[in-house]
Every structure is written in structure tokens, then in C-alpha cells.
Design a protein around this ligand. Structure first.
Ligand SMILES: *[C@@H]1O[C@H](CO)[C@@H](O)[C@H](O)[C@H]1NC(C)=O
Ligand SMILES: *[C@@H]1O[C@H](CO)[C@@H](O)[C@H](O)[C@H]1NC(C)=O
Ligand SMILES: *[C@@H]1O[C@H](CO)[C@@H](O)[C@H](O)[C@H]1NC(C)=O
Ligand SMILES: *[C@@H]1O[C@H](CO)[C@@H](O)[C@H](O)[C@H]1NC(C)=O
Ligand SMILES: *[C@@H]1O[C@H](CO)[C@@H](O)[C@H](O)[C@H]1NC(C)=O
Length: 328
């Protein structure tokens, strides 16, 4: 039986040593005893007191986290809620692993984690993120939404495999975020307010059918975009949406596109298999072709569309001169 707030005291010898001083006198052996608190159902290795391991133990209730903990492993349990008290003192947390639990959006309480760098919430039961509980309904609770504001160091956020329909706007506050994975959720449109320093944006396996004008051009660092297994159509994609320099990889496979959209000559990997493409438009890759103007594309997948190898014009070898494999 787990008693919330109950800690087993453990005495650990952090070090025991004998030292030979320069003068040749052996100093007396010293033993330093420290007590580190650890919830019964977790492991707190004495050699690494900033980590706490509570993963894969069938927990349904979240233990209270001591303030020394930086790395918290709570994945693979059946935790349904983050109570207000559980994280109230965990102000030093840097990595919070809570993937493969049963967290629901309305069951996340005080979350005052300004130093957090990595947040793993994939494979939970979240329907909104952050929890958009109006503060007026929860005057005593610092809502999760409000607290995202201070998370200046968060770089990685995994939210894939939940049931999120709406991302709200407060992710924009996460100014250090470089990787956002919200694949396998229930989004019908791309989140509008996203942080501008993203390098990787993973949106595959949602139900997104369109993109707003100039969506990708606002991200100056974006390199990897994955939008496979959505409902994208030509109509929903404004001209030049994907023609942004900096992109290295673009995955648009398993959508409903009938044309190859214009892409930047700097793009290296383009996945468009399993769409409804009827024409090979070389102009999507090269608007001009000469000795120095050519596409940097290395991988091009067009298999599972409505074209054959005969549809690829011979001039394409000039434009796509680096493409080692073109699959049709
Ligand atoms: C948080 O820390 C304060 C001060 O050390 C302590 O009084 C309080 O009981 C702690 N709260 C929890 C939930 O552990
Ligand atoms: C979370 O989702 C799973 C699978 O859909 C379901 O079995 C479980 O009851 C849900 N848990 C909560 C707390 O809603
Ligand atoms: C963010 O990271 C920087 C550099 O590691 C550190 O100095 C700063 O204290 C961190 N901010 C918070 C709120 O922990
Ligand atoms: C991409 O945009 C640039 C200008 O930003 C333009 O010169 C180029 O022709 C466009 N590429 C394609 C394939 O349309
Ligand atoms: C590449 O094409 C652009 C647009 O036509 C042109 O301005 C530029 O001079 C070309 N680059 C070179 C090195 O020929």
C-alpha cells in the first residue's frame, strides 16, 4: 500500500576514504552519512541521487517528488493524474518521463517546472494540451497552461499517441523548444502558434487537410517536417508552402496530393509515396536549370502514385543530379 508523502529514510555512505597528506601523516578515516529520501515504490541510486526510478511498477498514483530530483522516470505505469502536491517541490526537474501512462488532460495539477528540458508524455490519454482549464474555474490551482510560460529551457516535447484535438496557443512560449512530436493524435489542423526555433516538427498520423499561408516560412531553423498519413490535398496547400530554404527532410507520404508541390533546391529527402500524383513536374524541383542551379535532392519516393518511370522527363537528370534513388 502506497502512502502518499511517506518516505523511507535510507542512510547511504556517500564516501569513505583515507588520504595520505603531503606531510606523510595518514588522516583519520572519515565517514559521511547522508540521508536521502525515496518513496517506497521507487529506487534512488545513492551514486546518482539526482535520479529517481519509478518506471514499470504498476503505479496508479504519482509519488511525491523530492526537490533534489533532476531526472524522473515514471514511464510504463497506470498513473491517471498529477496531483497538486506531487511536483510542488520538484523545482529542479530537468527530465520528466511520464510516457505510457493514463494521464487525462483535466487531471494535471500544479506543474511549476521552469527548469524542465525534456517532457515525455507520449502514449497517455491527453485530449488537449496544455490543459485549458480556465483559471477562473481553478483559482487555487496554477494551471498547467499558465506555467508553460516559464519553461524557457524545454527543448524536447513528446506528445505522440494521445488523443489531442487542440494544441491551444501557449506552446509559443516555449522559446527553446527544438523538437515537437504530436504525431498520432486527432488534430484536424496544424497548431497555429508554435515556437519559432523548432528544428523538428512531427505531425504524422493526424487528420490535417490544409495548411495556412506561409506556415513553414516563420520557422528559420526548421529542418525535418513529417506529415505522412494525413488528409492533405492540393487545394489545402497554398503555393510555395514547402518551398522554404533550410528544410532537409519532408515527408508527405500517404496523403491525397495530386501534384508534387514546389520545394526548395536545398531539400535533400522528399517522401511522397502513396498519394494520387498524376504528373511528374520537374519545375517543382528546379525553376531554372543550369550548371549551378540544381536540386540537392538525394531521396525521392513517388511509388504508389499514378505515374510510371516513363513520365519522368530525361532533363530531370540535370536538375536531380544528386538523386541516388528515385522510386516510382
Ligand atoms: C515541500 O517542501 C516544504 C519545505 O521543505 C515542505 O514543508 C512540504 O511538506 C513539502 N511538500 C511536499 C508535498 O512534500
Ligand atoms: C486511457 O485510454 C485507455 C485506452 O483507450 C483506456 O483503456 C483507459 O481506461 C483510459 N484511462 C483513463 C484514465 O481515461
Ligand atoms: C536554463 O538553462 C540555463 C543553462 O543551462 C541555466 O543557467 C538556467 O538556470 C536554466 N533555467 C532554469 C529556469 O532552470
Ligand atoms: C522557390 O522560391 C524561390 C524564391 O523564394 C523561387 O525563386 C523558386 O523559383 C521557387 N521554387 C520553385 C520550385 O518554385
Ligand atoms: C541561378 O538562377 C538564378 C535565378 O534565375 C539566377 O539569378 C542565378 O544567377 C543563377 N545562378 C547561377 C550561379 O547561375
Amino acid at each position: 500500500i502506497f502512502l502518499k508523502g511517506f518516505f523511507k529514510p535510507c542512510a547511504f555512505i556517500l564516501y569513505k576514504r583515507e588520504e595520505l597528506s603531503l606531510s606523510g601523516y595518514r588522516e583519520s578515516a572519515q565517514e559521511h552519512f547522508f540521508t536521502i529520501r525515496c518513496p517506497d515504490e521507487c529506487d534512488c541510486p545513492p551514486s546518482f541521487p539526482v535520479a529517481m526510478y519509478c518506471d514499470g511498477r504498476g503505479l496508479t498514483v504519482m509519488p511525491t517528488i523530492p526537490s533534489r530530483v533532476k531526472y524522473l522516470y515514471l514511464q510504463n505505469n497506470a498513473i491517471t493524474a498529477v496531483s497538486d502536491s506531487a511536483l510542488v517541490n520538484a523545482t529542479n526537474l530537468e527530465w520528466l518521463m511520464m510516457h505510457h501512462n493514463q494521464l487525462t488532460s483535466d487531471a494535471i495539477g500544479v506543474f511549476n517546472l521552469q527548469g524542465l528540458e525534456r517532457l515525455y508524455l507520449q502514449h497517455n490519454n491527453l485530449t488537449t494540451f496544455p490543459s485549458n482549464l480556465p483559471r477562473t474555474l481553478a483559482p487555487l490551482v496554477n494551471s498547467f497552461a499558465a506555467d508553460l510560460e516559464g519553461m524557457d529551457n524545454l527543448t524536447i516535447l513528446y506528445l505522440h499517441d494521445n488523443a489531442v484535438t487542440d494544441m491551444g496557443t501557449s506552446l509559443k512560449a516555449l522559446k527553446s523548444l527544438t523538437l515537437l512530436d504530436i504525431s498520432s493524435n486527432k488534430l484536424t489542423k496544424v497548431p497555429e502558434a508554435l515556437p519559432e526555433n523548432l528544428h523538428q516538427l512531427y505531425l504524422e498520423s493526424n487528420s490535417i487537410d490544409s495548411l495556412p499561408e506561409g506556415f513553414f516560412s516563420r520557422f528559420t531553423q526548421l529542418q525535418y517536417v513529417r506529415m505522412a498519413h494525413n488528409q492533405l490535398t492540393d487545394k489545402g496547400i497554398p503555393a510555395n508552402t514547402f518551398n522554404v530554404t533550410g528544410l532537409v527532410e519532408l515527408d508527405l507520404s500517404y496523403n491525397k496530393l495530386e501534384r508534387i508541390p514546389p520545394v526548395s533546391t536545398t531539400l535533400q529527402h522528399l517522401y511522397m509515396q502513396a498519394n494520387q500524383i498524376k504528373e511528374f513536374t520537374l519545375g517543382s524541383f528546379c525553376s531554372v536549370m543550369d550548371v549551378t542551379n540544381f536540386s540537392k535532392l538525394r531521396t525521392l519516393r513517388l511509388d504508389g502514385n499514378e505515374i510510371t518511370r516513363q513520365d519522368i522527363p530525361t532533363e530531370s537528370t540535370l536538375c536531380l543530379r544528386l538523386a541516388s534513388s528515385i522510386e516510382v
